[in-house]
Design a protein around this ligand. Structure first.
Ligand code: ACO
Length: 374
């Protein structure tokens, strides 16, 4: 009889040098650097390099890496046509299919080696942003906007979404948001990527598996659910009552709780200040006030280790920047790409097939009956 860990709770899968999460302390560290140190200082491009290559780049390394990202931004015309055909579907279905098509059209990525997967992963980090922006444009009856190579990753993403160059402040907020989402150890989608890579599948297949896994409301879908909750509550004075009803009905409050953090999620702390300041600047303090009231109503559950997670304030930030709810999970993909790529590379480095057991609890000694006798 095997010892069971439902949901793989508390199971250590392997070693990693990419990220450390201390769930009791509420601490997140990328390659040795605390997220609170990286957030105000490092750009998304620097963090990508850090995650993929293992150390912070010097000036020359960063320019070369950034040039590689900028040169990879365009997506093939057939991918744009696929997005156009599927545009009304769930954006994560469109994104998963578009990334899959991009990989299928990239003949040089189909080899499960670090030499092939590193440049292919860099291309996918760049192209994911272009695909998400094209999805948004086509869904709204607009022409996709071609990437510019004179803008940073975050600024170019907003430019492709909205068709005009963003303010420095807005680009900085998206840059920070991408840094905060870049990596989170063996979360469900990264685990899925590692499982695919563990079969010696190519990096594209691993990334598609990760995107598919991120779609669910218990993982990537929570920010969208939080924003819907905020709109449903509508008035800060209604928040406490609303949460009380939810809890009494045995429902989970979206944007709260985490498999690993049993203390404050440090990414949520960073986004909280941004949601407050941005709301104030845009003349919309209401969403932040509602979120604060929800947080207050959830305070008694802190004793159980239930705190706001990264998704709690992310939705308000996106909405204030004009990013629609259906694009929240795709935004998460744009941010998480370097983490997924780094884990696929680490998996290839010392590969082993990932294959846990299931404890069988069904019947054992049934005998086949011909169909006429059933
Ligand atoms: N609201 C109310 N109660 C909660 C919440 C919540 N959001 N989260 C956990 N709890 C309670 C559970 O009901 C359970 O209580 P019990 O012991 O009395 O039965 C206890 O806390 C433990 O919860 P589990 O669901 O067993 O914890 P698990 O580690 O399996 O789940 C998860 C973590 C899935 C994130 C859960 O907290 C949840 O569903 N949260 C809401 C969805 C969400 O915000 N997801 C985003 C996570 S962050 C990310 O992926 C980017």
């Amino acid at each position: 009889m095997s010892s069971k860990a439902t949901g793989l709770k508390g199971v250590v899968l392997d070693e990693t040098r990419i990220a450390l999460i201390d769930g009791d302390e509420g601490k997140l560290v990328y390659r040795g650097y605390n997220i609170h140190d990286l957030a105000p200082h490092a750009s998304f491009e620097e963090v990508c390099y850090l995650l993929l290559c293992g150390s912070l780049p010097d000036g020359g390394q960063l320019s070369a890496f950034d040039a590689q990202l900028r040169a990879s931004r365009a997506i093939p015309q057939p991918v744009i046509e696929i997005i156009e055909r599927l545009k009304a579907a769930h954006p994560m279905d469109v994104l998963r299919t578009a990334v899959s098509a991009t990989v299928a059209l990239d003949e040089s990525s189909d080899d499960a080696t670090i030499e092939v997967a590193l440049p292919a992963g860099i291309r996918l980090i760049a192209q994911a942003a272009t695909i998400v922006a094209a999805m948004h444009r086509l869904r709204n009856g607009l022409e996709p906007v071609a990437p510019r190579d004179d803008l940073g990753h975050a600024a170019n993403f907003l430019y492709m979404m909205f068709g005009h160059e963003p303010s420095v402040e807005d680009a900085k907020i998206i840059d920070l948001d991408l840094v905060l989402h870049a990596e989170h150890s063996s979360n469900a989608s990264t685990f899925a990527a590692r499982v695919a890579a563990g079969t010696a599948a190519d990096i594209g297949s691993a990334i598609v598996a990760a995107i598919a896994t991120l779609k669910g409301p218990l993982h990537g879908g929570a920010a969208e659910a939080v924003q819907k909750t905020v709109e449903e509550i509508g008035d800060p004075d209604r928040a406490v009552e609303y949460i009380k009803d939810k809890i009494e009905a045995g429902e989970k409050v979206m944007g709260f709780g985490h498999r690993v953090y049993k203390n404050e999620d440090p990414r949520g702390q960073e986004l909280k200040g941004i949601a407050r300041d941005l709301g104030h600047k845009r003349g919309n303090d209401r969403w932040f006030q509602i979120l604060q009231q929800v947080e207050t109503a959830m305070e008694p559950y802190r004793a159980k280790g239930i705190y706001p997670n990264v998704d709690f304030y992310a939705g308000a930030v996106y909405s204030l920047l004009g990013i629609p709810e259906e694009q929240f999970i795709p935004m998460f993909v744009v941010g998480r790409m370097p983490g997924w790529v780094a884990h696929v590379l680490e998996q290839y480095e010392d590969n082993v097939l990932i294959r846990p057991l299931l404890e069988y609890t069904g019947p054992r000694h049934l005998r086949y009956k011909p169909i006429a006798e059933r």
